[in-house]
Design a protein around this ligand. Sequence first.
Ligand code: ZN
Ligand code: FE
Length: 251
Amino acid sequence: MAKKEHVELVPIFDDNYVFILTDDATQKAVAVDPGDAGPVIDFLRAKKLDLAAILLTHHHSDHIGGVGELKAAFDCPVYAPQKNQKQIPVADQWLKEGDSVTCGPWDFTVMELPGHTLGHIAYWNQKHKWLFSGDVIFGLGCGRLFEGTFEQGYESLQRIKKLPPQTLIYCTHEYTKSNLEFCRILTNQDNTPITGDSEALELYANELSNRRELNLPSVPLKLSIEESVNPFLLARDVEQFRYLRELRNRQ
Ligand code: ZN
Ligand code: FE
C-alpha cells in the first residue's frame, strides 16, 4: 500500500526538480518551486490532484517561471519570501523567519537561509522531517553565493546541520554527480583542509552510480549522510567555507 503523504519529483529543464507533496486521502497537492508549468499540470491532471498551494524558496526564474500559469489553472495561494516581494509579484502570501504555514495537511516552519540570494527561505515540515531548501545546499555541494556573503552562506548551512539527523533534504537541482567530481579533486589535493569520511564517500559514490544507472534521482538527500561527506557541511569555519566555495567557482 502506497504511503498516504509523500513527495513526488517532477523533473524540469536540464536538472531541476519540482516537488509535489501529495496527500492520497484528500487528493490535495502542494508544489515547491515550479519553474515550469506544463510538466506540473500534466502530472497533477494525470494523478487527479488538486493544487492547494505553491511554495517558493527564492526569486530565480528556474524556480518561479511556471507560477502564473499554475495559479491561473488552480487558483491557489502562492507563498514566497517577504524579502522578495518586488521580484516575485505573482506571489500573494509573504513569509519570514519563524512563520508557520499550513497547506493542505502539512505544516511548515519558515527558515531564512540567505547566501544564494538574500531573501532565500526554506520550508521545514517537522512531522515528516522534510526540508525544502531550494538552492542553499546540494548533494555534496551548496548553492553559489549570488547575493549573500560567505558568512551568510556558512551560517545557513550551520542551521541546516542543527536539524534532526533523519532530515530529508529536498534540494532543487540534480548536481550531485558533478559535485562528486569536485570532492575527488579536493581529496586528491595535498594541502586539503577538509578531510571527510573517505569510506562514507565511497559508499555514497557507489549508491549514486547505482541510482543514476537506473535513472533515479539522488534527491532527497539524507542529512545524516551529507554531514559526513559534504565538504561544505564539513567546513569548520567561514574561512574554510570561503576557500571551498572559491575553489568550486573555478571548476
Ligand atoms: Zn537559484
Ligand atoms: Fe535554481
